[in-house]
Design a protein around this ligand. Structure first.
Ligand SMILES: [Zn+2]
Length: 669
């Protein structure tokens, strides 16, 4: 399961900077977070904070795991469409050898097409799944191919230039044969949905309580006799050349593993790639989710099934992660004071836990991504996907901290400048916005969800509050965070330098809840998503309840609306009152009251404000999708060829990185 970025962009209206380091590194040029935009995409760079804190053994581990990941990059290209790799090879040849006029309109159109294709790991849009239509002619492209000494089959050229051929990568339209009408390369082109159904009906034992993930690591193909069979993705099988390279690097990783459990999981993963045996994949997942010690972790495999119309076949994916030391320290400080937060909460005494422990929540720093996770990446991942393994052995849930930070940084000052009430709000957000956001997350996850208890005999919220359980639970956790982020005790705990952090969080939260998050709603629609309902409910409620005292004000200026907070302490009291009520609703299972809160405050969109927000945001021209340039890790060796260090560089050019990857990791022809 992965959490996509578009759900998150827009929550963070601040533009934080690496303030602490700014003074020391004055000689260096500022880090460019967003070197380029094209089409509906922005290119973002991210940093591996804390890499220098790793031991040389850990650095090697990170390096080997990223190399293993990149070595499988070609697989995702072939999985997404059978013509993707030859087309990419041709694009690469042209890009590397072109000598003509680079300002010519046709060349610019070709360049845009190539970038779109690299961003999507193929010729279909990474998100909408629609095929890209080149804005240059087939004749022009033929010319480019001739100049570069490249060629493509007639079939691949048709795929590129005929809009009617394979227009959708994955087709979910239930009125069509979703297998036959999907371009994705998980099934031979003439295989029908019914044939797939019949094939697996015979194979799957419905009574097996602990089933393997059927079809996860193979393509379904038709033999000469017309019969279907699975062509497994394994060393010696389909994608064998790339997987042999993946295994080679994983074997090196085993040698520098941080502990026995980690090494053991890696060994089973290697056996799985060597055999294609799905029971080994199960065993690996069990070993992996139990390997929780160590500062380095990773995802590597055929994992998510979103791209398969039948949701069986896994896309190749890898993410290499390092513990986020700074966030972990913050989480630990928050967790260490969990009892203080519970005892001093404004909720009713009978709803407080006598003994509370904070929930452990992992933030990681990404060191490299490939396959399905790159260039477009999730911002959080929860694995393994197998339900019975999750129930029996647990799962790992991580938030990709440096990716989220890079998104924030790349957003730039535009949104804040446009929507902040005054210079003071802008300054506060620039200075403390990032810390406020991180601290809100820590309080929300570690304290918020852990706090409070149900009254005797009251059922679980899913039963009592039904469809309102989820937005109310998010509201409860947000309100805990909002109430405490303004607590003077936080200064004492060493979590904030002053109440400016709380002030900016209040401003950010209301700006988002009352206005900015509406950017993600289509005109005329109401709010469906649980987190968005929660945020609007909380914001609207405090706005209304504080009206008599003018606590929060909507100021109109030059036809634009701004959110101004007049009394931060009263606002804190209001957050506390609402927290008490939401906790009561949960503790007593008061469905009617919960429904009323969400329906009256969280669902309906103010059409006038919505139109205004959309118009103001449209002027800023911020692309909706983000994709990332990976850092480059290079070993430093001594005279004997021993690795003494791993150097981290941050390449700036997206296309150059794509060409570099093609050269270094092009293991499928
Ligand atoms: Zn939550």
């Amino acid at each position: 399961m992965l959490f996509l970025a578009f759900l998150l962009t827009g929550i963070f209206a601040c533009k934080p900077a690496a303030k602490e380091e700014a003074a020391e590194v004055k000689a260096e040029a500022p880090f460019v977070w967003n070197p380029e935009n094209f089409a509906d995409k922005k290119i973002i760079r991210y940093q591996i904070q804390g890499f220098e804190k790793l031991t040389i053994q850990q650095k090697k581990l990170v390096y080997y795991l990223t190399q293993a990941g990149y070595s499988g990059r070609d697989i995702i290209w072939d999985q997404m469409y059978r013509h993707n790799l030859p087309i990419r090879h041709t694009l690469e040849k042209i890009l590397e050898s072109y000598q003509g006029d680079k300002n010519a309109a046709d060349w610019q159109k070709f360049l845009l097409y190539a970038k779109n294709v690299f961003f999507s790991n193929g010729i279909h849009h990474h998100y909408s799944s629609d095929k890209f239509n080149p804005e240059f002619s087939r004749e022009y492209f033929t010319d480019l191919m001739n100049q570069a000494g490249a060629s493509l089959s007639e079939e691949a050229l048709e795929a590129m230039f005929n809009p009617a051929v394979d227009p959708k990568r994955t087709n979910f339209d239930s009125n069509t044969d979703i297998v036959k009408n999907s371009a994705v390369n998980f099934y031979d082109p003439d295989i029908t949905e019914k044939e797939v159904g019949d094939f697996y009906k015979k194979l799957i034992d419905k009574n097996d309580k602990e089933p393997v993930e059927y079809g996860l690591n193979s393509k379904l193909v038709r033999g000469a006799d017309g019969k279907l069979s699975e062509a497994p993705w394994k060393v010696g099988g389909m994608y064998g050349n790339a997987l042999a390279e993946v295994v080679k690097w994983l074997q090196k990783a085993v040698e520098v593993a941080e502990n026995e459990a980690q090494a053991n999981a890696l060994k089973i993963l290697i056996e799985y790639y060597q055999t294609g045996d799905l029971e080994k994949w199960e065993a690996y997942n069990i070993a992996w989710c139990q390997a929780t010690e160590g500062d380095v972790d990773y995802i590597n495999g055929f994992v998510e099934v979103y791209h398969d119309p039948k949701a069986m076949r896994g896309s190749y994916e890898t993410i290499v992660q390092i513990k986020d030391f700074e966030a972990s320290e913050r989480m630990e400080k928050v967790a260490a004071n969990a009892q203080y937060f519970e005892d001093n909460s404004p909720i009713m005494p009978e709803h407080k836990k006598k003994e509370v422990t904070g929930i452990s929540y992992k933030v990681v720093t990404v060191a490299g991504e490939a396959g399905d996770a790159s260039p477009s990446t999730p911002v959080g991942v929860n694995l393994p996907n197998s339900n019975w393994i999750r129930t029996k052995y647990g799962s790992k849930s991580v938030s990709l901290g440096n990716i989220i930070a890079a998104y924030e940084n790349a957003e730039g000052p535009g949104i804040l400048q446009e929507f902040a009430f005054d210079e003071a709000q802008i300054k506060r957000s620039q200075e403390f916005g990032s810390l406020a956001g991180k601290l809100h997350t820590a309080l929300h996850e570690v304290i918020g969800h852990a706090s409070g208890q149900l009254e005797q005999g009251v059922g679980q919220p899913g039963e009592t509050l039904k469809n309102y359980a989820s937005p109310l639970e998010e509201a409860r956790a947000d309100l805990v965070a909002l109430y405490y982020i303004m607590d003077p005790k936080l200064i004492e705990f060493g979590l904030v330098p002053s109440d400016e952090v709380g002030k900016t969080e209040y401003e950010q939260y209301l700006r988002n809840g009352l206005m900015l998050q509406l950017r993600r709603i289509e005109p005329g629609k109401n709010i469906e998503q649980a987190h968005m309902r929660n945020r609007q409910m909380v914001s609207n409620w405090v706005f209304e309840k504080g009206k008599a005292d003018n606590v929060v004000e909507k100021v109109a200026r030059d036809g634009k609306t701004y959110i101004k907070i007049n009394d931060y302490q009263k606002l804190r009291t209001l957050f506390g009152e609402l927290l008490k009520e939401v906790q009561r609703i949960k503790s007593q299972g008061d469905y009617a009251a919960g429904k009323a809160l969400i329906e009256n405050y969280g669902v309906n969109v103010d059409r006038v404000i919505h139109d205004e927000v959309l118009a103001r945001a449209a002027k800023l021209n911020i692309p909706p999708y983000g994709g990332f340039i990976n850092p480059r890790l290079t070993p430093v060796t001594d005279a004997n060829g021993e690795i003494t260090d791993i150097k981290v560089e941050y390449p700036e050019d997206f296309l150059s990185q794509m060409l570099e990857y093609g050269k270094n990791y092009g293991f499928l022809k």
